[in-house]
Design a protein around this ligand. Structure first.
Ligand code: C2O
Length: 445
């Protein structure tokens, strides 16, 4: 199997009585269309006011739903639009691409490394859903989600592998190898659902939350070197929208568990609506999915309601992070799950530039260590390669450290030395670890 960075557009040939459709290699011209978008000066505000709330099913459920053919067909319709149509497939890709690598002075921002991450992608999916509803003249059309956190959904959802019709199919993807089926640790959402406040979960105006660098990044990376593994062009693969459906569902699930959204102020996102009008929508209007006309067929279940979580801040002395001795007693006594939340990690750029996986340790593992078998291994975060625009900015981590921390803390009088080391795809350290520089570290239980 070979991977190319080329893209395809749909052509319909009428040959005798049969209409044949197939994908034509569009070469680099289309790649241009996939990262440019006319952005008129004036946008009219879009205030969501959906007449009904429909259900977004999982891709697995959709496989046996009566509306499967309609679902596929809506994607056939959008993929058949011309490459330069502002609501066409290539422009959906462009909409995302221009926010992955903002060229200086374009007034766009990278939407992956701040609190924009969750609302912006929700907006992208929402406008796509409206466009697909309109193109297919079907008010009941809703997107699907890929529930990779469940044990029965750790491979590519079957409906995305169908080649006839091929409207959910994409050839440039890898779905075999050491990350397939997706390893449980790479799709573990428990620590994210156990994150006590939004800045750690979804970020702030200047810092990313832990949602970007957890399962979100791991699932993208599992597809590399296919398009999903390249942030800029990941929406070329229709499964991107099911993956982000699940990230969106993670956000909804965290809110249902009692998490609370911030006031995003006048922060906003711009999209073309189904009438090809350039619109903006406030992040504040994207906080509740039922206002956007959908709900999920199921939600992820947290270990404990968010308001019931106890957070113990670790204070920094030298390179040692410690909890107060009173807290230490409570932490070592409690039986429940424990999460380590690390916010504002700012020195990943000191690791080798191509690193995608970062192992977080409470020890100093020798190079070549299999992280999962190291006693001090606390978990892993990741970033996604983005052609020419790899990210070395801040990051956050939410790690499930149940069963690991009390022993480590006791051995060190309540302190740990947090370090980070580059990991390869299979979890082996590929270089020496360095101490983590972070704004805030806490233990949650
Ligand atoms: Cu904008 Cu999962 O990426």
């Amino acid at each position: 199997m070979t991977f190319t960075r080329r893209s395809f557009f749909r052509q319909t040939l009428i040959a005798g009585p049969a209409a044949m459709t197939f994908w034509v290699d569009a070469g680099d011209a289309s790649a241009q269309d996939q990262c440019t978008l006319p952005q008129p000066g004036n946008a009219e505000q879009f205030i969501p006011n959906e007449p009904k709330v429909g259900t977004r099913y999982s891709a697995l459920e959709m496989k046996t739903r009566p509306e499967l053919a309609k679902f596929q067909n809506a994607f056939c319709k959008i993929r058949a639009l011309p490459s330069n149509d502002v609501i066409g497939w290539d422009k959906q890709i462009a909409q995302h691409c221009i926010h992955c690598s903002p060229p200086p002075g374009t007034g766009t921002t990278n939407i992956h490394y701040t609190w924009a991450f969750l609302p912006w992608h929700r907006g992208l999916l929402y406008f796509l859903e409206r466009i697909l509803r309109n193109l297919s003249q079907n008010d009941d059309f809703r997107l699907v989600y890929w529930d990779w956190e469940s044990t029965h959904s750790r491979t590519l959802p079957a409906i995305y592998a169908v080649q006839n019709p091929d409207c959910l199919y994409w050839s440039n993807r890898r779905t075999t190898g050491s990350n397939w089926p997706l390893p449980a640790a790479k799709v573990d959402v428990s620590a994210l659902l156990g994150t006590p406040h939004f800045p750690a979960f979804g970020g702030s105006a200047s810092q990313p939350g832990a949602t970007y660098s957890g399962p979100h990044a791991n699932v993208h990376n599992a597809f590399a070197p296919g398009d999903m593994g390249n942030l800029m062009y990941s929406p070329r693969d229709p499964v991107f929208y099911a993956h982000h459906g699940n990230i969106d569902r993670l956000w909804s699930s965290w809110l249902k568990a009692g998490g609370s959204n911030p006031d995003f102020g006048d922060a906003k996102a711009y999209f073309y609506d189904e009438n090809r009008k350039w619109r903006y929508i406030l992040f504040n209007d994207l906080r509740d999915e039922t206002k956007l006309g959908y709900q999920y067929s199921s939600y992820m279940k947290p270990a404990a309601p968010v308001p019931k979580l106890h957070e113990f801040t670790m204070t920094l002395k030298g390179t040692m992070r410690s909890v107060e001795s009173a807290a230490l007693g409570e932490i070592t006594k409690a039986k429940g799950p424990r999460f380590l939340i690390v916010e504002g990690i700012s020195n990943l750029g000191e690791l080798p530039p191509d690193t995608l996986n970062f192992g977080i340790f409470a020890d100093n593992p020798p190079v070549g260590t299999q992280s999962s078998s190291d006693k001090g291994f606390l978990g892993q975060i990741a970033t996604v390669h983005s052609e020419g625009h790899d990210h070395v900015g801040p990051a956050a981590a939410a790690l499930n450290v149940t069963g690991k921390l009390p022993g480590l803390l006791k051995a060190n009088k309540g302190g740990i030395n947090l370090r980070v080391a580059p990991l390869d795809d299979s979890g082996k350290t590929t270089g020496p670890s360095i101490p983590i520089t972070a704004a805030n570290v806490s233990i949650v239980e």
